[in-house]
Design a protein around this ligand. Structure first.
Ligand code: TGC
Ligand code: FAD
Length: 393
């Protein structure tokens, strides 16, 4: 008998019992608590924040953060599997967890003071505080090094001015990790990270409207108008673009796994549909053209699963390079997007209905292919790595 076509190369056998257990718990949560409500939230462009305590109880916030700071102390493959199962539900759900874990808890853990770690990490892990990450600006997305946002030294701290745009969880966050250029008299500006609490005067977080992708996710602007932050709110451990970019490496790792979840959801739906939908004289799964599409999906998912698993072993061994993460993010997300488009086609008119998850995933994956570095930015990163020549500018 053919192996399960959702795990054609038995990647399952490469996982430990604990990793399978993590995957099973998150899958159960997504099936029982998230999927029954996602249509409503996608239609209303809202996020089910009431699920936050359950996500925290499952260890989805800071899964790899050490337990002494309230994290789950898990390995990277477990984190990846969590992302896969969350994104099998919806990219917005995985985004909610990956921003909290990789873009908020990670920089505090990696670059924060001991006081910042003890203050923020446990409450972020418990979901009692929600965080967001502000790097992108209206005119600086792919090239964050050009950012306009400025930090000016002031008595006892800094004054922030500037605008961040397209910020996941911005309007609902208790704390923002924000990156700004700190001006220096000698002209050697530094990029610094600031922890900005939601109630600081001069800080506002308007919701962005009109998205046709990642609708079950909150996206906002962060506006800073002479916003004072005390000196103890600066992340002391990094003073260059390496700070935010290393957070992106963590998040892109999770996205490489998450995209597989969205792809599996689309593939399983299309396979099921192709077996049961009869057109002309037989189920459409019996036509060669439809089989070719299904086999293409299977082929791409299998490669993506092996890539993600290997990336996880490199990460846990401490030898993973950020360029390898770029390759996995680029491949797995663009592959998932292609699979979603093929699945949508196989479902015919039903492919555009929210009776099925496919169109939702397809629309979401357009965002996932753009955020955390567009597909082409990763292509250029890899081009630079293998040739030694930068084609960015
Ligand atoms: P470059 O000269 O390459 O690097 C500057 C410094 O950073 C280091 N570095 C990295 N470190 C860790 N991880 C990485 N991925 C790194 N990439 C670079 C580098 O070694 C250097 O360090 P140092 O110590 O020598 O100074 O910088 P560049 O200005 O040439 O930019 C390179 C480029 C274009 C690849 C980079 O800017 C980039 O990645 N652009 C894409 C921007 C992006 O991905 N933005 C994402 C915003 S956050 C988001 O989308 C969240 S979505 C949230 C959700 O899931 O909902
Ligand atoms: P641009 O940089 O303007 O790029 C436009 C096009 O030009 C792309 O196709 C790009 O590949 C191409 N391009 C750019 N430079 C080159 C080049 N040198 N050579 C060839 N082609 C090039 N950001 C955050 O900081 N925090 C968040 O939480 C966050 N959440 C997001 C949530 C959503 C729903 C979305 C849509 C975005 C989010 N982002 C977030 C922003 C995201 O990271 C940026 O949109 C992304 O980095 C791309 O930037 P941009 O939109 O300005 O595109």
């Amino acid at each position: 008998m053919a192996p399960s076509s959702s795990d054609y190369f038995a990647v399952d056998e490469l996982l430990s019992p604990e990793q399978r257990q993590v995957r099973a718990s998150v899958r159960r949560f997504v099936d029982d608590a998230f999927l029954p409500r996602v249509r409503t939230h996608f239609a209303a462009a809202t996020f089910p924040t009431e699920l936050t305590p359950k996500l925290a109880a499952l260890g989805c916030f800071g899964p790899t953060v050490p337990t002494e700071y309230g994290g789950a102390g898990l390995d990277s493959i477990s984190y990846g599997l969590m992302c896969q199962e969350l994104e099998r539900g919806d990219s917005g759900l995985r985004s909610f967890a990956s921003v909290q874990s990789s873009l908020v808890m990670y920089p505090i853990l990696a670059f924060g003071s001991e006081d910042q770690k003890r203050h923020w990490l446990p409450q972020l892990a418990r979901g009692e505080a929600i965080g967001c990450f502000g790097l992108t600006e209206p005119d600086y997305g792919s090239n964050p090094g050009g950012m306009i946002m400025r930090a000016r030294p002031a008595d006892g701290g800094f004054v922030l001015n500037g605008t961040k745009r397209w910020i996941t969880n911005g309007s609902i966050a208790d704390v923002a990790v924000v990156w700004a250029k700190l001006e220096s008299d000698d002209g050697r500006d530094q990029i610094r990270g600031f922890l900005v609490e939601k109630e600081r005067p001069g800080f506002s977080r308007p919701l962005m409207h009109g998205k046709w992708s990642l609708r079950a996710s909150i996206t906002s602007e962060l506006i800073f108008e002479d916003c004072f932050v005390p000196a103890e709110n600066v992340l002391p451990g990094v003073a260059s673009l390496r700070g935010p970019l290393s957070c992106l490496t963590q998040a892109r790792f999770g996205i490489s796994w998450g995209a597989i979840g969205a792809a599996l959801s689309c593939y399983e739906c299309a396979l099921d549909y192709a077996r049961s939908r009869t057109v002309f004289s037989r189920p459409i799964g019996g036509y060669q053209l439809v089989q070719a599409k299904l086999v293409h999906m299977l082929n791409e998912i299998t490669k993506a699963q092996l890539l993600a698993w290997r990336l996880g072993t490199l990460k846990d061994a401490g030898t993973m390079r950020s360029e390898q993460v770029s390759l996995a993010k680029m491949n797995n997300v663009s592959t998932a997007l292609g699979i979603a488009r093929l699945a949508r086609d196989i479902l015919g008119a039903n492919g555009i209905s929210d009776d099925y998850p496919v169109i939702r995933h397809m629309l979401n994956l357009e965002t996932v292919n753009t955020y955390e570095g567009t597909e082409d930015i990763h292509r250029l990163t890899l081009g630079r790595d293998i040739t030694g020549l930068s084609a960015f500018e």
